[in-house]
Write a protein that binds this ligand. Structure first.
Ligand SMILES: NC(=O)c1ccc[n+]([C@@H]2O[C@H](COP(=O)([O-])OP(=O)(O)OC[C@H]3O[C@@H](n4cnc5c(N)ncnc54)[C@H](OP(=O)(O)O)[C@@H]3O)[C@@H](O)[C@H]2O)c1
Length: 336
């Protein structure tokens, strides 16, 4: 069977290769999955570069998310229930960029057949993060403003559509002017275009005030970091909260303690994996049901840029950072 591997961390297009490997051995508590498709997410690329919050066990196969079919199981009742089912594979150790894999049965979620393979492949990470950050953690309510950076990302677009569906208003920061009309069409309330590497806090604050008509902004989400994040913090109203959920800019955030202190501001890290680990089964079941509904009605849908096979892994990882939308690794077809 085919599998993508890296033996050293580095630039994904250089260090990844597609190899022939022995099929994995099914062990107790696990299911054997034939993978159908897996997205190339920013977290996969950080992991391959050695910059994710988890060290790869070299040689390592990447791929944290994806969809597959359970072919065999050694996991009691849960395993029997999953056998033959199409499942989302949330592989915490990485390894979804392979034709076959073995994962703990607790890391798969049975999925509705109404989802297309592409939407099933991108079922959990971005949709759950969009929902949980805005509705469970920040609890942004109808009429309130949410400020977000990297708003043209797949996740940023989901947040814009969620705002439109639930009635909260989004103030969106992007770095390319050509994205403005597209995001407006999705339902973005306001858009600011700026260079995230050089924006001055006073400049952003001024643009935010004029975009919202001086309305208070108490919630923000940011996956960029660096000077942009420092400027976003200065644009928040008293009592504001900022969730940092990514490190796309790869730069530290310099924050004035006085600003935090005098305006009661808080800056928190958000990682879906840690959040989900603290939730009970009922919450998880409800979340899966909610996400399925919101993907099917288009709100939390991922737009798909292109498809590649495992053999084309170098082209796939280059495209993932150049094309708007998700690059999908198409691994096998539903019918064997
Ligand atoms: N913490 C969590 O649990 C969690 C969960 C899911 C996702 N995430 C994070 O969410 C972020 C978005 O994920 P995604 O899958 O939606 O990404 P995506 O669709 O691949 O899009 C990436 C976006 O990042 C922007 N970008 C890249 N480098 C940038 C930089 N240096 N400065 C400003 N913008 C930059 C790109 O902007 P252009 O359009 O201008 O090229 C693009 O819009 C990633 O950081 C990912 O790791 C975190």
């Amino acid at each position: 069977m085919k599998r993508v591997l890296f033996s050293e961390t580095g630039e994904p297009a250089s260090v990844l290769r597609c190899v022939e490997a022995d099929p994995p051995v099914l062990t107790k508590g696990c299911v054997q999955v034939r993978m159908l498709a897996s997205p190339v997410n920013p977290s996969d690329l950080l992991f391959i570069r050695g910059k994710f919050g988890q060290d790869p066990a070299l040689p390592q196969s990447p791929g944290f998310e994806g969809v597959g079919v359970v072919e065999r199981a050694e996991a009691g009742l849960r395993g029997r229930l999953f056998s033959g089912k199409r499942v989302a594979v949330l592989n915490r150790g990485g390894g979804n960029w392979a034709e076959q894999l073995v994962v703990p049965a607790t890391q798969v979620i049975p999925l509705s057949r109404s989802l297309s393979v592409d939407q099933a492949a991108t079922f959990f990470v971005n949709p759950a993060t969009a929902w949980v950050m805005t509705q469970e953690v920040l609890r942004v309510r109808a009429g309130e403003w949410l400020l977000q950076t990297a708003a043209a990302s797949t996740l940023g677009r989901m947040i814009i559509r969620l705002g439109k569906a639930l009635g909260f208003r989004t103030l969106n920061i992007v770095r390319r002017r050509e994205q403005v009309s597209e995001l407006k069409a999705l339902g973005a309330d306001q858009i600011i275009v700026c260079d995230p590497e050089i924006i001055e806090p006073e400049d952003l604050q001024h643009q935010v005030q004029s975009a919202t008509g001086d309305a208070a902004i108490r919630a923000a989400v940011d996956p960029v970091g660096g000077v942009l994040t420092a400027a976003v913090i200065r644009s928040l109203d008293r009592g504001g909260r900022l969730l940092v959920y990514g490190t796309l800019g790869n730069q530290p955030i310099s924050i004035s303690g006085r600003t935090l202190m005098t305006s009661d501001l808080s800056v928190e890290g958000f990682w879906l994996r840690n959040y989900m680990a603290q939730q009970g089964l009922l919450f998880k079941l409800k979340l899966v049901r909610k996400i399925t509904r919101l993907i099917l009605d288009g709100t939390l849908q991922s737009s798909i840029a292109d498809h590649y096979s495992l053999d084309q892994i170098s082209e796939a990882v280059i495209s993932a950072e150049q094309m708007p939308g998700k690059t999908i690794l198409q691994i096998s077809s539903e019918q064997k």
